[in-house]
Design a protein around this ligand. Structure first.
Ligand code: 9J3
Ligand code: ZN
Length: 301
């Protein structure tokens, strides 16, 4: 739905706090610490791949070669497919677990495997235990179980940074991604895709979250799901709402350039702390033939 852009909330407070922190650092020590280069070292530590361009974000595949590994059904989730970069020369990668929606299998989110693994993430597309029955919160528990499997038991466990994890999912799986992020604040990013959840109170969720909505969604209408879910994220350190123009509920089930572009930028920015991607998120895009609406906390970082 189209709305007036919303005011950035909390920006003034964040600037004030930043000033207090900077002041404490400056006045609290004899020698001036080089905070700028410290920050950029931390940012650069997790950078993977070359500097991004709009074309590289929109490309179906990135620069990393990748392989897949099949995982059979486990006690905590219904198995799935791990897509992982084969390059072991650059240290660990961040990882994202992605759940499908009601009636769906991992095939509904499979394209994120190649898109994101080829850009330097370990991706775990999962099946849920009972694709018809499992409610969003249970899908969320299964996402957490899948992340634990990835970092503790999987064939690529040593290639994953357990502190750089993310969750995503379609519809009830997107509701599950909210639930997982809410339960585990150490998760670095969440990307619910045309999410569906009966609970619209996510005021305690503290994970940077990008919600993708589809303007003409007839199953999880944006006015009843994506938009109120986004608006409830008042404690998320960063949040964005990307609404795809003229799109339906299944828009994320096959390759979509705009969803791929923003999902990749969001994960790079918040899982890898890669500020080279900030320019593709902030300032926010204007409405276009592709994007009916965009809300965000920009500039918040
Ligand atoms: O996962 C989804 O596609 C949610 C859709 C839905 O309408 O669930 C109602 C039972
Ligand atoms: Zn809208």
């Amino acid at each position: 739905m189209k709305h007036r852009p919303r005011r950035v909330r909390g920006l003034r407070l964040k600037l004030a706090l930043a000033g207090i922190v900077a002041g404490t650092v400056l006045f609290g020590s004899g020698a001036l610490p080089d905070t700028a280069s410290t920050a950029s070292a931390a940012e650069q530590e997790y950078r993977r791949g070359p500097a991004p361009t709009l074309a590289s974000l929109q490309a179906e595949k990135g620069p990393f070669a990748y392989k897949t590994a099949t995982v059979p059904s486990q006690s905590g989730f219904g198995g799935g497919t791990i897509y992982y970069p084969t390059d072991t020369s650059q240290g660990t990668f961040g990882a994202v677990a992605i759940a499908p929606g009601f009636t769906e299998s991992q095939s509904a989110v499979a394209w994120f495997g190649s898109k994101l693994a080829s850009n330097g993430f370990v991706v775990f597309t999962i099946n849920v235990k009972n694709t018809w029955l499992d409610q969003p919160d249970y899908r969320g528990l299964q996402l957490l179980s899948a992340l634990d499997y990835l970092t503790k038991n999987s064939v690529v466990r040593d290639q994953i940074d357990p502190n750089r994890l993310a969750v995503a999912g379609h519809s009830m799986g997107g509701g599950g991604a909210l639930s997982a992020a809410n339960a585990r604040p150490s998760i670095q990013a969440a990307v619910p895709l045309t999410p569906w959840h009966t609970d619209k109170t996510w005021e305690n969720l503290r994970v940077p979250t990008l919600i993708v909505g589809a303007e003409n969604d007839g199953i999880a209408s944006v006015s009843r799901h994506a938009e109120p879910l986004y608006e409830s994220l008042t404690s998320a350190p960063e949040r964005a709402y990307l609404e795809l123009n003229d799109a339906g509920h299944m828009v994320s089930n096959s390759y979509n350039t705009t969803i791929g572009q923003y999902t990749l930028a969001w994960l790079k920015r918040y899982v890898d702390n890669d500020t080279r991607y900030e320019q593709f998120l902030c300032p926010p895009p204007s409405a276009s033939t592709l994007i009916s609406e965009y809300r965000s906390s920009c500039p918040g970082s």
